[in-house]
Design a binder for this molecule. Structure first.
Ligand code: ATP
Ligand code: MG
Length: 325
């Protein structure tokens, strides 16, 4: 059976990009593979966070994992900081990663915006991410397209470790979907939808109320052509709406293009709004039930125990191979 690992940061909220690009794949994979899904709270502190808020957001995200259909009987759900091996393996791999490699990471360049007052953890973050994945000997890592480069680095580090110290680590591959791997910002469809966007008109969160979803989608940037056609290069806004509709209504994009022949953006937006609200409403109801239950803490404790067993074994092998007593 294949091993799968992935994680999401407990920062702010989960948006449709996280959901369609990554988390929906998590749910599908739990029936086919041995899956480990993590709330990566150690990554969240690469940008200053309020401690109390971080605590809450960590549980919020875990509750969202369950609300979208992850089943603790099928997949192991846990919080990164509750498995110490992540920090330990992160250090071991930092001693293999090269400065030149980290300098090339696009996400670091984007997030640091050239400033050298960002914390060192933001710079070494992709190495901790590699440790997260490699500890579970994952074969596959379901992620959005923006993570492609980090998974490449993970592969490189695993290969380097195996070459230098003997075969210990599985070299994983990224699982990136054909459609929805990069959901674009509603207000700026040339860039990916992001938790760290300046305006809340950039994203729809999984917990946005119907009225707000409607308001945000009505304001979504399109173009002046008024012809519904999928072409991410020249029509990023309309193409993004088509992806959202296609995924939520389970209709292919080709079919949608035919459906909207001679019909303008107004109707398309109405339909996207309806499909999005219909999809999110039951998830939101489940979320609110789960978030307040004691069950959540119990599930995370059990998840951490299981994750610890696997991760401890790997880190021990890594240390043995490196001569670390
Ligand atoms: P930030 O902008 O602060 O990095 P984020 O929205 O990228 O936040 P992450 O927790 O870093 O959120 O990413 C979680 C998962 O969601 C990753 O697999 C990432 O590739 C995926 N993802 C993030 N944004 C998008 C997007 N716009 N479209 C598709 N997938 C996305
Ligand atoms: Mg990200």
């Amino acid at each position: 059976m294949k091993r799968v690992f992935s994680g999401v940061q407990p920062t702010n909220f989960v948006h449709l990009g996280n959901y369609l690009g990554a988390i929906q794949q998590f749910v599908k994979l739990q029936d086919q593979a041995d899956c480990y899904y993590c709330v990566v709270n150690l990554h969240a502190i690469t940008i200053p966070r309020d401690p109390q808020e971080l605590r809450e957001k960590t549980l919020d995200l875990a509750a969202m994992y369950l609300a979208v259909g992850l089943d603790p009987k099928k997949a192991t759900l846990f919080v990164q900081s509750q498995v110490r091996a992540h920090s330990e393996a992160g250090w071991l791999l930092q001693c293999l990663a090269r400065i030149g490699e980290l300098n090339r990471m696009i996400q670091y360049k984007e997030k640091s915006k050239g400033s050298d007052s960002v914390v060192a953890g933001l710079y070494t973050y992709p190495v901790l991410q590699a440790a997260d994945i490699l500890l579970y000997q994952a074969d596959q890592v379901p992620v959005g397209e923006d993570q492609k480069q980090h998974i490449e680095l993970t592969r490189e580090l695993a290969e380097r470790f195996n070459r230098d110290y003997g075969h210990v680590l599985t070299v994983p591959e990224a699982l990136i979907q054909k459609e929805g791997a990069k959901i674009m910002g509603l207000d700026e469809p040339e860039k990916k939808m992001s938790k760290s966007a300046d305006s809340h008109f950039n994203y729809i969160t999984m917990l946005d109320e119907p009225k707000l979803i409607e308001k945000k989608l009505k304001r979504a940037v399109t173009d002046s052509e008024n012809i519904v056609r999928y072409d991410p290069e020249t029509k990023p806004g309309v193409s993004n709406l088509l992806v959202l509709y296609s995924r939520f209504a389970d209709i292919s994009i080709c079919e949608l293009e035919r459906k909207y022949e001679g019909i303008g953006y107004g109707q398309l937006k109405k339909d996207v709004i309806e499909a999005t609200i219909d999809h999110l409403t039951p998830i939101q109801q489940r979320y609110h039930e789960i978030r307040l239950s004691d069950e959540l803490i119990r599930i995370l404790q059990q998840g951490a125990e299981k994750a610890n067993e696997v991760a401890e074994q790997t880190v021990r092998k890594m240390k043995d191979a490196m001569g670390i007593l």
